[in-house]
Write a protein that binds this ligand. Structure first.
Ligand SMILES: C[S@@+](CC[C@H](N)C(=O)[O-])C[C@H]1O[C@@H](n2cnc3c(N)ncnc32)[C@H](O)[C@@H]1O
Length: 259
């Protein structure tokens, strides 16, 4: 048995830790505990619950309404790691400046960022969105079509990114990527960037935006970007989607051309 005096001595330390890491505790509660409980209670996946909410609260064919409804669900009801409204604005701004005709997204999840990208594209542009999880892709497909985007504008590819990138030219007829949005597992950022560099699909001026380079972080990816000399880059500082107090950032790279 720990004596009350010793327990009392540790109390200030415990309180300090709780205060210091309170936002991470909130994240754990919202992203893990609530999810596990709701999974048991509803028998549905978190993504299916999100879809049901969007379906019953958003206006079909209106991408803005779908994104707003998703944002409400993620900030007030359950947590999903969509890019969210704040970092989403950085994405919107870059798309507006770049006006890309061919876009690749790695990590579709429920299709939030896919809808966000698709609504900013010029007429005739095409977005290839890659998702390896079949259950997530099923939800994403419904969200994307609910927002009003057809297969000609958004093509959802259900496969791991390292299998898709080498096939983009031959199977999908892609000649050049104007914009790449990376938001899949962080350990895949560097190998996939290197695959893209070797594919010949990046051209001078291609923009690559990579989310979560600070939290959870992608240090090897950032090291390569800095050392390779292939990119102009900057990090847009932000906070983690739908949670205050956890620092995050998005890396914007501009490809300077093969050396
Ligand atoms: C953070 S979520 C994407 C969120 C989405 N971009 C948004 O903002 O709405 C990451 C997704 O990437 C998918 N993913 C992870 N690694 C992948 C890979 N190597 N290839 C394809 N999909 C991947 C996961 O299954 C997950 O659905």
């Amino acid at each position: 048995m720990v004596s009350p005096a010793i327990a009392l001595a540790f109390l200030p330390l415990l309180v300090t830790l709780i205060i210091r890491y309170r936002y991470y505790l909130v994240l754990f509660y919202r992203a893990v505990l609530v999810r596990v409980i709701q999974d048991c209670l509803t028998g549905l996946s978190r993504e299916e619950r999100a879809f049901q909410y969007v379906l019953t609260h958003a206006t079909p064919g209106d991408p803005d309404s779908i994104l707003d409804t998703f944002d409400y669900w993620c900030s007030k009801i359950e947590f999903i790691s969509n890019i969210g409204p704040k970092k989403g604005k950085v994405l919107d701004k870059l798309l507006k400046e770049t006006n890309p005709l061919t876009v690749l997204e790695l990590g579709t999840h429920c299709g939030y960022s896919t809808v966000r990208i698709a609504r900013s594209l010029p007429i005739g542009a095409r977005l290839y969105s890659v998702e390896m999880d079949e259950r997530n892709a099923l939800v994403a497909e419904k969200i994307i079509r609910l927002a009003g985007f057809d297969d000609d504008t958004v093509e959802l590819i259900v496969s791991p990114s390292d299998e898709v990138i080498p096939k983009l030219r031959e199977e999908y007829g892609v000649e050049r990527l104007d914009f790449v949005f990376m938001d899949h597992w962080k350990r895949c950022y560097l190998p996939d960037l290197q695959l893209l560099e070797g594919s010949g699909l990046l051209g001078e001026g291609t923009v690559i935006l990579a989310d979560n380079v600070i939290f959870p972080g992608a240090p090897n990816f950032l090291r390569h970007v800095k050392r390779s000399g292939l990119y102009e880059y900057r990090v847009h500082r932000a906070t983690l989607e739908y949670i205050r107090g956890i620092r995050d950032g998005m890396a914007e790279l501009i490809y300077l051309g093969a050396k």
